[in-house]
Design a protein around this ligand. Structure first.
Ligand code: IVH
Length: 674
């Protein structure tokens, strides 16, 4: 009895502490503890709840870690259809929308027209149902009438409250006892890039929206929990008769601790609308997430039903979409790149042209089918496009401007690097260089992948050095890296004694990297960071993994038949056996029994403050790095502040720091300290 009483108190304490840290991290971007310590708190809670299942509640933060495997998502019917919006790309059509609305309003006897302008977030629409303040259902839009019940996955998203502030709920919810919140699940640009970096090149997502949609569909909610999804709310329903203005509902959503982006604006004049659209045309590129337009909504919610909807979209709202940014330029040449897996990728060399704030001189053409589809010839004038933040692509040829010296693009029959005849496996669109063992481009690709940040993170091993190591035949596989000696390196171009020493030291240090990182670093087709982690859990050493059969491998979560096949192919190759032996000899962690990874304690006891924008880190990441290394991140400058990191456009904190004599460092110095 005392036990359960003690446990229940401890559970309550842990929950409130975890919720507090969640808030500090997500709402205030001011974490007080490291990710590691946060995970420890969560683990403690999960363990206690496992021991006392009668104490589990649906709003416990333990529900955010996922763990449920869903075979098939059940269908749910939406309370009211999730409509889409009619789109326009033209400002005159926006004016027409306003006129139409004004006429409809006059029929209702309303003179004034208030419109809320919001950003159009480029994510995946979901509906959340709260009953008596508790999140009971999360569903996708589906066909608008019925969607998939993805509650288990939704609960893993830290910015979605599992329980709403009860005082407000009692005041707000209607007789049904329900509140519905709609909004967009999305992935920030930075999180998207970081996630993609952990995935093998061949399995990368094209943009944050695809990554979000793919993640929400996953059947393993523990994997969803590991992916960095966020939520932005733009709709609230289930209230009494007050709060009939959409703008006050958005404010309410904020009081309920939902993120709204905060950029909506109440417009009374048409001119304010066009100013908002104009203003965000450029400003949106600086947002941490992708947007593709502006949504205009009538502010008076009472009129929504009266004005009604067509079969697909309401008449009280419209989406103005920003046109994709385009430019025309000349296709100077087509190069053929050879990837680490032998894939041949055609790359367009373009005459440099300015597009959406940056100069573009290259663009991937993906594969030869794409060249054919576009009907491309060298020296053609082409249209290139940048939609969102994605890398620009060639979208069409201006045939009328084809010059007389236009040349057909010769599809290579041999590898541009090693001259082996190319092969095209049945059913695939790509051509491959089959010379896995000897092709220098493939060797270079494997080395660079091995050294990359999410793999063994060997910063000193860059492209120029890898090129030389392969060319001089000093290294043929990643195992050879550990045999390199300083004197051999010193003779290389731009390699002094010091750099040679640094490289050998960095390589020696990389032996301590965890076994699951090594598994990823080997660059096995389709094995990303997440899959490597699962594999390391199921097969705690490379020797055990090598012996596993295809059937056995297929039973590991996250490993389907394709990945299992790819693993067996990799290990059945004679050179793989040799490589494993070399790595063992080198003392690399070839099993999970090795020592855990260490980070330095360079910020021990130091309180750090950030001001201005950093180029290479967002605030949250920078704070985490400091905390992991023993430091504290604080919000305001005092004499006790140890260090101020000044980014571009620093604020008043910099002046104050200088005044009270706090040490000020740049982003580069900060990085060096890390
Ligand atoms: S309101 C009936 N507001 O755009 C109107 N939608 O093309 C319901 N979207 O399905 C949607 N940002 O997925 C609304 N601020 C915003 C939005 C937004 C993005 C998406 C949403 C919707 C689609 C319509």
């Amino acid at each position: 009895m005392t036990d359960i009483l003690f446990a229940s108190e401890e559970i309550l304490r842990l929950r409130s502490e975890i919720e507090r840290h969640n808030r500090l991290y997500y709402m205030e971007a001011m974490p007080e503890i490291s990710d590691y310590d946060f995970d420890k708190l969560l683990e403690k809670l999960v363990a206690l709840e496992r021991e006392y299942p009668q104490l589990v509640t649906p709003d416990s933060p333990s529900r955010r870690v996922g763990g449920t495997i869903t075979k098939e998502f059940a269908s749910v019917r939406h309370r009211e259809p999730m409509l889409s919006l009619s789109n326009t790309y033209s400002l005159p059509e926006v004016a027409e929308f306003c006129n139409r609305l004004r006429k409809l309003l006059l029929l209702e006897g309303v003179q004034e027209q208030e419109i809320v302008a919001e950003l159009k977030f480029d994510g995946v629409a979901v509906s959340l149902i709260y009953r008596d303040g508790l999140l009971v259902q999360g569903a996708t839009r589906g066909d608008g009438v019925q969607g998939d019940n993805i509650t288990v996955n939704i609960k893993t998203i830290s910015t979605i409250p599992l329980r709403l502030n009860s005082a407000l709920v009692t005041e707000l919810q209607g007789e049904s006892g329900e509140i519905e919140v709609r909004g967009e699940v999305y992935m920030s640009k930075e999180d998207f890039e970081a996630l993609n970096e952990t995935r093998p090149e061949e399995d990368r997502f094209a943009n944050p929206r695809n990554a979000t949609a793919g993640t929400l569909k996953l059947q393993d909610s523990a994997e969803v929990a590991r992916r960095p999804l966020s939520f932005v709310a733009y709709y609230l329903k289930g209230l009494g008769d007050e709060n009939t203005a959409h703008s006050s509902r958005l404010k309410l959503l904020e009081r309920l601790e939902f993120y709204t982006g905060g950029h909506y604006r109440l417009c009374r004049e048409e001119e304010e609308i066009s100013r908002y659209i104009e203003e965000w045309t450029e400003k949106r590129w600086k947002l941490p997430y992708e947007t593709d337009g502006v949504v205009l909504k009538l502010n008076d919610v009472r009129l929504w039903d009266k004005i009604g909807a067509t079969a697909k979209s309401p008449r009280w709202a419209i989406a103005y979409k920003y046109p994709a940014q385009q430019a025309t330029t000349e296709l100077c040449a087509v190069l053929f790149q050879v990837g680490r897996l032998g894939t041949i990728t055609p790359v367009a060399e373009l005459k440099p042209v300015l597009l959406a704030g940056s100069t573009v001189s290259r663009s991937t053409l993906h594969n030869f089918d794409e060249i054919e589809r576009l009907g491309l010839m060298v020296h053609d004038r082409v249209v290139i496009e940048k939609a969102g933040e994605v890398i620009p692509k060639v979208i069409s040829v201006i045939l009328e401007e084809r010059p007389i010296d236009a040349e057909p693009i010769a599809v290579p029959v041999v590898c541009p690097e090693c001259k082996s005849p190319l092969e095209k496996p049945e059913g695939e669109v790509s051509w491959y260089c089959p010379n896995e063992a000897e092709c220098p481009a493939q060797i270079r690709g494997r080395l660079l992948h091995f050294a990359s940040r999410n793999a063994m993170d060997i910063k000193t091993l860059g492209k120029a050095l890898v090129d030389q190591l392969v060319e001089m035949k000093l290294v043929r596989d990643v195992g050879d890296l550990y045999l390199l000696q300083e004197p051999q390196l010193e003779g290389l171009e731009r390699m002094g004694k010091k750099s040679a020493q640094n490289l050998v030291r960095a390589l020696a240090g990389s032996r301590e990297k965890s076994y699951d990182r090594l598994l990823y670093a080997l660059g096995i087709r389709h094995v990303g960071r997440a899959t490597a982690r699962e594999l390391a859990g199921a097969y705690p050493s490379l020797d055990l993994l090598r012996q596993a059969t295809e059937e056995e491998l297929s039973t590991v979560p996250d490993v389907g038949p394709i990945v299992a096949r790819s693993l067996c192919d990799f290990f059945s190759n004679a050179s793989a056996g040799l490589l494993v032996e070399k790595l063992k000899q080198a003392g690399v962690q070839v099993s999970a029994a090795g020592k855990p990874e260490q980070v330095n304690r360079n910020f021990e006891g130091i309180s750090v403050i950030f001001t201005g924008g950093l180029e290479r880190y967002d605030r949250q990441k920078a704070s985490e790095l400091v905390i992991e290394r023993g430091g504290r991140v604080v919000g305001s400058v005092s004499k006790k502040t140890g260090l101020l990191v000044a980014g571009h456009d620093p604020g008043s904190k910099l002046d104050k720091a200088l005044k009270v004599g706090v040490r000020v460092i740049s982003e580069d110095e900060f990085e060096a300290m890390l």
